[in-house]
Design a binder for this molecule. Sequence first.
Ligand SMILES: C[S@@+](CC[C@H](N)C(=O)[O-])C[C@H]1O[C@@H](n2cnc3c(N)ncnc32)[C@H](O)[C@@H]1O
Ligand SMILES: [Zn+2]
Length: 167
Amino acid sequence: MDKVEVRDSGIEGKGVFAIGAISAGEIILNIDDSHIVEDMNTLTEYQKKYECDWLGDDKTILMQAPEKHINHSCDPNTYVKTIDGIREVIALRDIEKGEEITYDYAINGYYDSGIVCHCGSQRCRGMMNADFFKLPKELQKEYFPYLDNWFKEKFKKALEEVGKSIT
Ligand SMILES: C[S@@+](CC[C@H](N)C(=O)[O-])C[C@H]1O[C@@H](n2cnc3c(N)ncnc32)[C@H](O)[C@@H]1O
Ligand SMILES: [Zn+2]
């Protein structure tokens, strides 16, 4: 049974919301990564801006609903981890019924969006920075356990340096 629904968001455009209460650690949804983009020129400007996910080594995914509507927050309530080959959206903490599902685009992110962030959280960093390596060291330390396997593999060397500087 679906645990989420898509509706208008106070953060930006549409968002994804919890239909009922969700417990920390619970898998909320499986991400559909089957739509691999072979040629960016085939995409609309909207798809390029809103619907692409970059998984390293030129692997770009055209995101599907509902996950394509998940907004960024600087104080996220989920993260994404690959389990048995499927990327799962997992609750980082208990989530209340009706709460917007968010993740921090900087976890597993390696590009700078240059977009002003509208997450509205007390921890908002101001800009919707989606580059893990540009986060403050303390936040890199906090997010380290939530990095996905492909990201750890792709940035192995750089993350070793981060590991040394935060331990
Ligand atoms: C995957 S879409 C998120 C869903 C989108 N709101 C929709 O209507 O489908 C990603 C885009 O949403 C916008 N966005 C997401 N989170 C945001 C935030 N916290 N502040 C400002 N814009 C945000 C940015 O333009 C970003 O490139
Ligand atoms: Zn923010």
